[in-house]
Design a protein around this ligand. Structure first.
Ligand SMILES: [Zn+2]
Length: 112
C-alpha cells in the first residue's frame, strides 16, 4: 500500500484515510502521516477562510503559485485554478469547491 499523494510506502498504524469530494462523487484514499496532516491543515485553513471572497482567494493562490509549484506543473496548476474559479460561480458550497481545488493541486503539482 502506497500513499496516494507522495507514493511513499505506508506504515499500517500511521495511515490516514481521507474522503475526497470529486466531481464523480466521494472517493476514499490512503495517505501517509505527513500528507494526512497537510490535508487536514488545508481543510482547516479553508474552513477558517470560507467566509471570504473566493475570487480573491483564488487570486491570492494564483499569485503565490510561482513560488509554490515547479515550472513544469505551473501550466496544469493554472488550468485547474481557472476551472475551479469557473465552478465557484456555479456551486452552492464554496468551501467544498475550494477543498476540492486544493486537493487536486496537492495531488497533481510538484512543489518547489
Ligand atoms: Zn504521503
Amino acid at each position: 500500500m502506497k500513499c496516494f499523494n507522495c507514493n511513499s510506502e505506508l506504515e499500517k498504524e500511521k495511515t490516514w484515510t481521507v474522503q475526497l469530494e470529486t466531481a464523480e462523487g466521494p472517493h476514499r484514499v490512503k495517505l501517509c502521516e505527513p500528507c494526512g496532516k497537510q490535508f487536514t491543515d488545508m481543510r482547516k485553513w479553508v474552513a477558517k477562510n470560507s467566509d471570504q471572497d473566493m475570487n480573491e482567494m483564488f487570486r491570492r493562490i494564483y499569485d503565490k503559485a510561482s513560488d509554490m509549484v515547479t515550472l513544469q506543473t505551473q501550466a496544469g496548476f493554472i488550468v485547474t485554478l481557472a476551472d475551479y474559479m469557473y465552478k465557484s460561480g456555479l456551486v452552492a458550497d464554496q468551501e467544498i469547491n475550494m477543498v476540492a481545488f486544493l486537493t487536486e493541486v496537492m495531488i497533481e503539482c510538484e512543489y518547489v
